[in-house]
Ligand binder design. Structure first.
Ligand code: ADP
Ligand code: MG
Length: 263
C-alpha cells in the first residue's frame, strides 16, 4: 500500500477521478487520499456529486475516467471475485437507510453475515445482537420491523447492518439528515465511539455543521466539479477563498462554529 511522507497508510487513493452523465460533468480530475483510521467528511451543495463520489468509492459506479485504489488495490483491474472480497471489508450506510422492510432489525443485521460468512446460525444471532447493542438499540428493538422504528432508530439499525462484518472502511451517506437534533447528536456520538473502539476509516457525507465540527478529522468540499478545499474544519472555516467561506460561514456555519467554540 502506498504510504506518503507522513507514513500513513492510504485506504483510498483517487487519481484524476472524473464522472460524467451524458454531457453533464459531475466532477473532473479529483485527486485525494484517505488514510487509515481517519474520519473524512465530504461536503458540498445539493447535486454537487457527494453521493456519486461515494458510489464510485464503493465500487457501485464506475468512474468515466481516472482510478481508485482501495486498500492499495486498483479496483478497475480486479475481477468480480476479487471485488467481492474487497466489498466484505467495506460497510455502507446508504442515504435512504434502505433496510429490508420484510425483515426484523436483527434479521436485517444478520443478512450480510449469512451472505458472506459460513458462521453457524447461533453465532450469527449472537454477532447480530452485539452489533445491535453497539448501535445503541435495545435487544427488544431488534424484533421490530423497519416501519415500526423512528427515523433515528432506523439510522442506527442501518448502521448496525453496515457494521455487521466489522468493516475496515465505513461509508455513511447523510447519517444525521432528517433526524431531530437530539437523535443527530446521539448518532455523532455513536460515530465517535466507533472511531475510538474499532477504529474503522470513516467517510461520511453530511450537511450537518455540528457533525462536521464534532466528528470530522478532515473535510473535502466539492463544488463546480472540483475539490474546492481539503482540510480540518478549523482550516476551512478560516478560509479566505470566497467559495469556501460562503459554504462555512452562512448562518448555520456560524451557529455551529459558536457551539464548537463553546464546548
Ligand atoms: P449530491 O449527493 O451531492 O446531492 P449526487 O451525487 O446525487 O449529488 O448527484 C450529482 C449530480 O449527478 C446531479 O446533478 C445528479 O442529477 C446527477 N446524477 C447522479 N446520478 C446520476 C445518474 N445515474 N444518471 C444521470 N445523472 C445522475
Ligand atoms: Mg446525496
Amino acid at each position: 500500500m502506498n504510504d506518503d511522507a507522513t507514513g500513513k497508510e492510504h485506504v483510498i487513493e483517487a487519481r484524476g477521478l472524473t464522472m460524467r452523465f451524458g454531457n453533464k460533468t459531475v466532477h473532473e480530475n479529483l485527486d485525494f487520499d484517505i488514510s487509515r483510521g481517519e474520519v473524512v467528511a465530504i461536503v458540498g451543495g445539493s447535486g454537487s456529486g457527494k453521493s456519486t463520489l461515494l458510489r464510485e468509492m464503493t465500487m457501485l459506479q464506475r468512474p468515466t475516467a481516472g482510478s481508485i485504489r482501495l486498500f492499495g488495490q486498483p479496483v478497475d483491474a480486479l475481477n468480480e471475485r476479487q471485488r467481492m472480497v474487497l466489498r466484505q471489508r467495506i460497510g455502507v450506510l446508504f442515504q435512504n437507510g434502505a433496510l429490508f422492510g420484510g425483515e426484523t432489525v436483527l434479521e436485517n443485521i444478520a443478512t450480510p453475515l449469512q451472505e458472506h460468512t459460513r458462521l453457524d446460525r447461533l453465532l450469527i444471532e449472537e454477532l447480530s445482537a452485539i452489533k445491535l447493542r453497539l448501535s445503541g438499540l435495545a435487544i427488544e428493538d431488534g424484533l421490530l420491523y423497519p416501519n415500526q422504528l423512528s427515523g433515528g432508530m432506523r439510522k442506527r439499525a442501518a448502521l448496525a447492518r453496515a457494521m455487521a462484518l466489522d468493516p475496515e472502511l465505513l461509508f455513511l451517506d447523510e447519517p444525521t439528515s432528517g433526524l431531530d437534533p437530539i437523535s443527530a447528536d446521539a448518532l455523532d456520538e455513536l460515530v465517535l465511539q466507533l472511531k475510538a473502539s474499532l477504529g474503522p476509516t470513516i467517510v461520511l457525507v453530511t450537511h450537518d455543521m455540528d457533525s462536521l465540527w464534532r466528528v470530522a478529522d478532515r473535510v473535502m468540499l466539492l463544488g463546480h466539479g472540483r475539490l474546492l478545499a481539503v482540510g480540518s474544519m478549523t482550516e476551512l472555516a478560516g478560509s479566505r477563498d470566497p467559495l469556501v467561506a460562503r459554504f462555512f460561514s452562512g448562518p448555520r456555519g456560524r451557529a455551529a462554529l459558536a457551539a464548537a467554540g463553546a464546548s
